[in-house]
Design a protein around this ligand. Structure first.
Ligand code: FE
Length: 246
C-alpha cells in the first residue's frame, strides 16, 4: 500500500510525496510521486504508470481532494512516469501536462488531446501554480533525450526524476537517506547504465551546484536532504556513466 507524506509545509504551500511501496512485487519498479500544492491548486510530478494509478489516487485522496490537481509535470516519457495520463484526465479533463516538446507527439499515445500538452523548451521554462513560481530545469540525456527536473525555489526542493534514484531492498523503507555511503551502493548500477552522457552529467552537476537545494527528490528510492544533497552531486560528478556492467 502506498501512503502520502508531507515533506514541506509553509502555510498553504506544501509538498507531499506518495512514497514507494516496499510490499510491491519486484517485477514492477517502485516509484515516488510528488504533489506540489499552493492553496487549492495542485501540480503532480511524474504521476506514475497506469498499473499503480489506483494506489496513487487513493493515497492522495486520503490527504487532499484529488480534483485539486490541475497540472502534471512529466520529467520524460517513460511508462512508469506518465502512462497513467488517461486515467488522470478522466478525473479532470481540463488537466494540463508539461513535458519536453520532444515528447509531445509521443505521449498522446497514452492519452490526451492537442490542448492537453504544454511543451517545455530545451532551455526549460517557468511554471506558475497560482502565483507560486516553479522552474523546469534542463536535464537532457539524464536519462531521456528530452528530460527536465522541477525546482521550487521557495521550498528549495528539486524534483530530480531518475537522477538520484536508488533501487532499495524491501527492508529499507525510510523516506530519507540516512546513511549516504550504504544508500549510494543501491544507486550506482542504475546511474552507470541509465545515465548515458558524461557531458550531460557534467552540465547538470554544474547547474545544480549553484542552486539552493534543501531536498533532492528522486522518482525512485529515498530523498536526499541537508548535506546529502551536495554529497550526491559530488558522487554523481565522479561516476563513470554510460557503461555496461558485466
Ligand atoms: Fe525513465
Amino acid at each position: 500500500m502506498k501512503t502520502c507524506h508531507v515533506i514541506h509545509q509553509d502555510g498553504k504551500h506544501r509538498w507531499l510525496v506518495v512514497a514507494r511501496d516496499p510490499s510491491r512485487p519486484d517485477y514492477v519498479i517502485d516509484t515516488n510521486e510528488y504533489l506540489v500544492l499552493n492553496g487549492d491548486a495542485g501540480l503532480l510530478c511524474d504521476p506514475g504508470g497506469s498499473e499503480i494509478f489506483p494506489e496513487v489516487f487513493s493515497a492522495i485522496s486520503a490527504q487532499v481532494d484529488p480534483t485539486c490537481i490541475r497540472e502534471i509535470f512529466a520529467s520524460h516519457q517513460d511508462p512508469d512516469i506518465i502512462s497513467s495520463l488517461a486515467l488522470w484526465l478522466q478525473c479532470n479533463p481540463a488537466l494540463r501536462c508539461h513535458v519536453s516538446w520532444l515528447w509531445c507527439g509521443f505521449i498522446p499515445h497514452f492519452g490526451g488531446a492537442a490542448d492537453t500538452f504544454l511543451p517545455i523548451p530545451d532551455a526549460g521554462k517557468q511554471i506558475s501554480l497560482e502565483g507560486l513560481t516553479l522552474e523546469a530545469i534542463p536535464a537532457h540525456y539524464l536519462h531521456s533525450s528530452g528530460n527536465h527536473h522541477l525546482y521550487d525555489p521557495k521550498a528549495r526542493i528539486l524534483f530530480s526524476g531518475d537522477v538520484g534514484a536508488a533501487l532499495l531492498p524491501p527492508d529499507e523503507t525510510g523516506l530519507y537517506v540516512e546513511d549516504f555511503d550504504s544508500h549510494i551502493r543501491h544507486a550506482e548500477k542504475f546511474h552507470r547504465r541509465w545515465m548515458g552522457s558524461a557531458r550531460a552529467r557534467d552540465q547538470w552537476c554544474e547547474r545544480v551546484s549553484s542552486m539552493e537545494i534543501d531536498m533532492l527528490c528522486p522518482q525512485h528510492g529515498a530523498i536526499y536532504r541537508g548535506r546529502n544533497v551536495a554529497r550526491f552531486i559530488d558522487w554523481f560528478a565522479a561516476l563513470d556513466v554510460g557503461v555496461l556492467d558485466d
